[in-house]
Write a protein that binds this ligand. Structure first.
Ligand code: TMP
Length: 253
């Protein structure tokens, strides 16, 4: 394999320079972290599943007219993306109370919210990605007011898309996190959905049983994370070929 120049290594992915200017390669690792990397593990197969699942969600978004950085999947662990200047925000959309919101407000996990709620964390590991009021964003110059309006409306469209896709396979979308980036076109910046969309960055509960099919399985030691992600991939029809079970030979008459 040709050596690629590493641009950045994060907790779950490595970014390499892409083959053309303005492109990058995202490599999905098997590493899982939680609580700002206080808890760590290597989970066999997670990167392969997230590469496929993120491809599935990003191409689905593009199909309904939401621009993303995704260009194409290259292999089991890598995808080619447009290079984007990341807006330093974790944009979280919540449909049901869970996680930090449930804790902060003393709500029971799974309580339906009166409407989808968008919130923002400032991306800074040293500070533990603190929740920030919307007013900080333009004031500190992390995004312009116009970009912020677009981020909120796009995040809600992404929510409708993901919640609908998940509902179709018996999964409730509790909440998720996305990131946005700027790509430059004719000297103008345009926002795209960047980073990844995978069970690492969503909460997904089985509609019937309430079973968790996302990274909370790892955060809370609820079982085998690869099994949970494989179940999501199986339901969506996105299983990597080497994980697909072989079927018995069938008789042809
Ligand atoms: P939270 O309830 O812990 O604030 O998480 C909200 C959503 O954001 C949940 O779907 C998990 C996701 N998330 C990330 O993708 N990265 C993170 O670092 C954290 C804390 C949450």
């Amino acid at each position: 394999m040709a050596r690629r120049k590493k641009i950045y290594e994060g907790k779950a992915k490595i970014l390499y320079e892409g083959p053309e200017p303005g492109t990058i390669v995202q490599y999905f690792k098997d590493d899982a972290t939680a609580f700002n990397a206080e808890k760590k593990a290597v989970i066999d197969g997670k990167g392969v599943l997230n590469n496929r699942l993120s491809e599935f969600f990003m191409t689905g978004l593009q199909a309904v007219g939401i621009p993303t950085h995704f260009i194409k999947r290259l292999n089991m662990r890598e995808q080619l993306c447009r290079q984007a200047e990341i807006v330093p925000l974790e944009v979280i959309v919540r449909n049901f109370a869970a996680g930090s919101m449930a804790k902060r407000l003393g709500l029971e996990e799974g309580t339906q919210l009166p409407r989808p709620i968008v919130e923002f964390s400032y991306k800074d590991d040293a500070l533990g990605d603190p929740l920030v009021p919307e007013e900080y964003i333009a004031a500190f110059g992390w995004a312009t007011q116009q970009e912020l309006d677009e981020i909120v409306s796009t995040a809600l469209r992404v929510n409708d898309f993901l919640a609908g896709v998940m509902h179709g396979v018996g999964i409730r979308l509790i909440d998720f996190k996305i990131e946005f980036g700027r790509v430059w076109e004719n000297e103008y910046p345009r926002l795209v959905v960047a980073d990844e969309i995978s069970p690492d960055s969503c909460r997904l509960w089985d509609v019937e049983t309430g079973a968790k099919l996302d990274k909370d399985v790892f955060r809370r030691d609820l079982g085998n994370l690869t099994d949970a992600y494989t179940e999501v991939a199986r339901r969506l029809g996105v299983l990597p070929t080497n994980v697909t079970h072989t079927t018995k030979p069938t008789m042809i008459n």
